[in-house]
Design a protein around this ligand. Structure first.
Ligand code: GTP
Ligand code: MG
Length: 195
């Protein structure tokens, strides 16, 4: 994908109604701090259009990034951040659920998992939801720059087993630091968008 123009078009909070859009969407889900906003910046070739933070719970709304007037990259709030009050977590959860269940333009949900850690119960729930709803599951194993190259296969295997991935499910190691995996992610995204 040659990036010509990108903009943050829509911000949707817990009390907002979901936007009416015509372009196809690709959404990025995953635990707080896993690197969703950083991945979206890397895909757009931007340093900080999507706001990132070293402390979890940065993205608290659903943010829709328009790429080339061709599609939306959709940045979801993270789940599983322990320090957020239970009531707030539930509101974010409901917002994410409302979006995922009511967006006919949604073409794919990419699930991000930190390559260093075993998947959580929430990760499993999200993976199962993706499969159950008929989307092609694509797992992005983030922060691969934090591992030695020789350690990567072992961690990918643990991730596959932890999520009980169906055979053949794509797992793409990615780094927002080195941009490893960026091209592969765009290729998959485009194949899902324009199939
Ligand atoms: P929430 O919005 O809180 O759900 O988090 P998020 O998933 O959007 O994570 P974000 O992109 O804000 O990144 C969280 C932290 O991880 C930031 O400090 C990033 O700089 C760091 N980070 C993200 N991706 C990578 C990566 O590939 N490698 C390294 N080393 N750090 C990363
Ligand atoms: Mg974020």
């Amino acid at each position: 994908m040659v990036i010509k123009n990108v903009s943050l078009d829509i911000v949707c909070g817990v009390t907002s109604t979901l936007p009416k859009t015509e372009l196809p969407h690709i959404a990025f889900a995953g635990k707080s701090n896993v690197g969703k906003s950083s991945l979206i910046n890397a895909l757009m070739n931007r340093k900080s259009l999507a706001r990132t933070s070293a402390s979890p719970g940065k993205t608290q709304t659903i943010n829709f990034y328009n790429v080339n007037d061709a599609l939306y990259l959709v940045d979801l709030p993270g789940y599983g951040y322990a320090k957020v009050a239970q009531a707030v977590k539930e509101q974010w959860g409901k917002l994410i659920e409302r979006y995922l269940q009511n967006t006919k333009e949604l073409r794919a949900v990419f699930l991000l998992i930190d390559i260093r850690h075993d998947p959580s119960a929430n990760d499993k729930t999200m993976y199962d939801w993706i499969v159950h709803n008929g989307y092609e599951p694509i797992i992005i194993a983030t922060k691969v720059d934090k591992l030695k190259r020789s350690q990567v296969p072992k961690h990918v295997k643990a991730l596959k087993e932890g999520l009980a991935l169906r055979p053949g499910t794509a797992v793409i190691p990615f780094s927002a630091e080195t941009k490893q995996g960026r091209e592969e992610i765009w290729e998959l995204a485009e194949s899902l968008l324009f199939e």
